[in-house]
Each structure stands twice: as structure tokens, then as C-alpha cells.
Design a protein around this ligand. Sequence first.
Ligand SMILES: *Cc1c(COP(=O)(O)O)cnc(C)c1O
Length: 364
Amino acid sequence: MSKYWNKLINDIEPYVAGEQPKPGQKVIKLNTNENPYPPSPKVKEALDRFNLADLRLYPDTNSTIVMKAAAKFDGVSEKNIFCGNGSDEVLAIAFQTFFEKKALTGLPVLMPDYSYSFYPVFSEFYDIRRKTIALKEDFRLDPDDYIGVPNCGIVFANPNAPTSRAIAVSDIEKIAAANPDSVVIVDEAYVAFEENYESAVSLIGKYDNICVIRTLSKAFSLAGIRLGYAVGSEELIEGLKRARDSFNSYPVDRLAQTVAEAALLDVDYYNETRAKIIATRERAAKELKELGFAMPPSSANFLYAKPPVDCGTLYQNLRNKGILVRYFNKPVLNEYLRITIGTDEEMRALIEAIKEEVQNAENS
Ligand SMILES: *Cc1c(COP(=O)(O)O)cnc(C)c1O
């Protein structure tokens, strides 16, 4: 509390990101869904070619080189792309652009009850009413729950976080078709981690109300540069640019643009990396199930896993052993650990540590 802060800042409960190890601290970090592999070697080549003298100049406001690379990657026109400083920023701008303030409408933005915890924070921060829609018992999102419910917009992640489950693009189409007056934001941070995935980007020519949010943080191993983008109809993209230009004209710096372009153009490396992560995930899921864990099938680079022992204790004991996983100390979520898929070696260390913990719990 501070008398210098306004009511909003005094009242808000900010998003809490996963723990960052202290500089120099050696941990196995499986708590924020980063990629365990380095970015494409093409990134280094692009940085070697980068002219440092150019840093005296402001960057291109639209990140045109990234727009072009993303358009190629997604098979759309560059007019369908909007780049921002991480997809968190793109999401924030999309909330401001597409959803209406409480004071102007009685209508809520619809979102799943268990999803990316930034969505409720944004709705508070921008004073947008929200209505949470329960996921099914098995953590599936049922598109029928989003039909016939008055709203000023819809947002969900697909695959969802932290639950790791995905729905089909045909289900997303159902939601968009039933809500033609609202923008449907589909956050595809994890879409790359399904073997033969289909992106909701395929619907963009047909529905002008779908806004797909992409990030280079997960599948492209570039959480450190903060680059996210939206894919949508020209009408939606124009709106996002109006909001950006009322807030920060240069959200993506020159180094980030150079790095992002190189990564997006190296599709072979992207496919290699995600195939490795998918294979490791399937092995880890099998081993954890053998140890008594329960989990929904994952389409992401993490497992949402319910241990056979006390979850909070396991989280803490793993942490003491230098292994960080994500634990949400909230009802329902506190029965699960969200475990990022690391390298095979990291997962072996995790599973060995868990084995010990499960045995200790059984013996005590
Ligand atoms: C990681 C994550 C993001 C954030 O991505 P950045 O581009 O790093 O800001 C967005 N949405 C979901 C669901 C995520 O898990």
C-alpha cells in the first residue's frame, strides 16, 4: 500500500512469474517452460552480420523483417502480422484493443477457469469484466460452453496452460463462428509441441474475428529476446497498431528483430528441436505414470502431473535438491506440478529425485 499509488495499483494482484535462480546458482530449471536447447545457429550468424552502429537508430516500428519472416512461416500476408515485445505485451495490447471496459459495457470477456494466469490480471488492469468458464473434469475445454454466452470477447490458450490439453481447430472454428461480434484470442504459445499440429491461423482467411497469438519464447528457444506476434485479419492488425502507437511506437528493438527473423526462417531447426522435446515428453510421461503420477495427455512442452505424494512437499524437496518445477499454491492447482520438458539428462535427474522422494514418503 502506498498513498502515492492510485487505487488500481493498490488493489491489483500482479502476475507472479516462475522463480528465477540467483545469478551463478546451478539448478535444473523446469519451471517456466523455456526450451532446453539453444536457438538456431542461424541466429548467431545473423548477430555476427549485425552492424552495431545501427543501434544509434530507432528500430523499425512494425518490425517489417520479422513480419515478413512470420508471414512466410505462417503462410499469411505480412498485413496479417503484428509484432510486440513478447506475447505478453501483444496479449496486453489485444485486451486493450478488442475488449470493452466495464464502464462501457456489461459484457464480460470469457476465459477458462484454469488457464494462463495473466488473463485475469489483464482484465483487472484494463478494467474489463470477466466470466470464467469451467473446464471439464478431465481439463478439456468444451467449445459448446462458449456458445450463447453474452460477451465482449473470448480468450484461451491452445494447448492450454497449465493443463497441457489441446482442442481441435474445428472446435475453435465453432467458437469463432458462434461469436461473430467478438474477437476470439487464441494463445498458441505451445502449439508447436503437438506432432502434426494444426494452427488456428488456418482459419484467419475465413473468420475476421480470430486473433492468434504466437511467441518465440518456447518453440524457438528465444525467451531472452522477448518477441511475440499476433496473426489476424487486417482489420484486427490495424487496431493493434493503433493501440501500440498510443503507447510505445518501438516495442521491438533492433537486436530482437534480427534474431527473430533468423529463427523464424530456420524451419528445419524448429522442427528438429520440437521433435526432440516431444520424444522426451512421451518418455517422461510414461516414467512418471509408472511412479504413480496422474496427468492429462500433454500437447505442450510441459506435463501437468499429479504426484502420488503430497504435492507441496514434493515441490519443496525437489527445490532443495536444485530442481525447480512450477507449483501453484491455489485450490485444485495445488494438487499438480507443472513440469517443463528439459533435456533427456535433466529429465533423468528429475525422475531419479522423484523416485527417492516417493520411496521416502512410502517408508515414513
Ligand atoms: C509463456 C507464455 C506466454 C508468454 O510468452 P512471452 O512471449 O514470453 O511473453 C504467453 N501465453 C502463454 C499461455 C504462455 O505460457
